[in-house]
Design a protein around this ligand. Structure first.
Ligand SMILES: [Zn+2]
Length: 389
């Protein structure tokens, strides 16, 4: 081989090695950030840490499975892993599978015809079956969760049923340093347009599915889609089947028409896993007061996010403000946390430092029972009532 040819080959190999080793952590670090003050806990009230230590925290949405980090060790990037969940008092975290995101992702209008997750999948060496198949991507991410459970030394419990949850909570009362996860899916496009894939995803332990992500899919319109329509005939059938199997319907990212259609049709309570309310932060993604009331009337939960476009602010106080507004609007029993940790977000604290939110809630004048409810008890009650037996 000529020297120049050999150098070209070596250069190509070096680039490939860089692509597979350096790119995934760089992307993770670059996309899942803390605000400038985040990570260095500010001065907390004396009563905040004491109260926080007695809370059972639950969070409705984190995308931590996507980035390829080992979630059994305390990471130096991103927002969530098992040690940080335990440190922050997290009792249950819903881990959500993201299977496709559009190029130039925005809150206004995205078409379904691009796919940036493929680059992450290639850089992280996901198996070829995931390259063109969104159901396979979700199954692969469920496998990641299972491996995290298996290698966590008993610290991460998988919750698949109401009975699992009950047993885990009883076990945790003995003082075991434990946390737990439940699998969810962000966007029903993960079914590849086929209703029968619901069974495969259910069998892989997925228990919560949002009908859309940033684009309209075969089942429903997204708040950031092109048409922004409602449920399609296939979407109506999906809602029926999800009700039947007790798979929880998540309306995060749904268009107003989808929200209205689902609320008219759903036989079971629905959630809005992560986002904000137009009343404190007016953008296309966030819920109107009427939509929030409709979700609460179904018996559901509204998960308030921690990032700037959810709450129009960059600190824990902004999150507390949005939680206050939600509690005043629909009652404390229908409000929960929907961090969007590791969701390509910049947030004021990671899961190890959730005490900062307890602190901000105390500052905002929340009563202790309201703090317990919002920080986790509502989510635990909802899951106990709505997971399959
Ligand atoms: Zn999302």
């Amino acid at each position: 081989m000529k020297k120049t040819a050999r150098n070209a080959v070596l250069g190509m190999i070096a680039l490939l090695v860089l692509f597979f080793t350096a790119v995934p952590p760089l992307v993770d670090r670059g996309m899942n950030k803390l605000t400038a003050a985040g990570g260095q806990p500010g001065v907390l009230r004396k009563d905040a840490a004491a109260l926080h230590a007695t809370l059972r925290v639950a969070d409705l949405h984190a995308d931590s499975l996507l980035w390829g980090r080992d979630l059994t060790v305390h990471g130096s990037r991103g927002h969530v892993d098992v040690p940080r969940m335990i440190e922050g008092g997290v009792t249950v975290q819903i881990f959500t599978a993201v299977t496709k995101t559009p190029r130039g992702l925005n809150y206004e209008r995205n078409s379904a015809d691009s796919d940036t997750i493929i680059w992450l999948a290639l850089a992280q060496r996901w198996p070829p079956r995931t390259w063109n198949d969104l159901t396979e991507r979700a199954l692969f991410l469920a496998g990641r969760f299972d491996r995290t459970v298996a290698t966590s030394g008993g610290r991460l419990a998988p919750i698949r049923t109401a009975r699992d949850l009950q047993a885990y909570l009883a076990d945790r009362k003995t003082g075991a340093m434990k946390t737990a996860g439940i699998l969810g899916i962000e966007g029903a496009h993960a079914l590849n347009g086929k209703l029968e894939n619901l069974d495969r995803l259910y069998d892989a332990s997925y228990r919560i599915i949002s009908l859309t992500h940033f684009f309209d899919d075969e089942f429903a319109g997204s708040s950031a889609g092109v048409e922004k329509g409602g449920l399609t005939p296939l979407g109506r059938e999906l809602v029926r089947r999800m009700n039947e199997k007790r798979v929880i319907i998540d309306l995060a990212h749904a268009s107003p028409q989808t929200i209205a259609d689902v609320l008219a049709l759903a036989k079971r309570p629905v959630i809005y896993s992560h986002g904000g309310l137009k009343g404190t932060c007016n953008n296309r993604r966030n819920l109107s007061d009427d939509e929030a009331r409709g979700i609460a009337r179904s018996g559901g939960l509204i998960g308030i996010g921690f990032w700037e476009t959810a709450v129009c602010g960059k600190d824990a106080h902004a999150v507390a403000r949005a939680l206050r507004y939600a509690v005043n609007l629909v009652g404390a029993e229908h409000v929960a946390l929907g961090s969007d940790f590791d969701g390509a977000t910049t947030v004021p604290f990671d899961s190890a430092h959730l005490v900062e939110l307890t602190n901000a809630l105390l500052d905002a004048g929340f009563r202790e029972d309201e703090i317990r409810a919002v920080m986790g008890e509502n989510a635990l009650r909802f899951l106990a009532e709505n997971l399959p037996q």
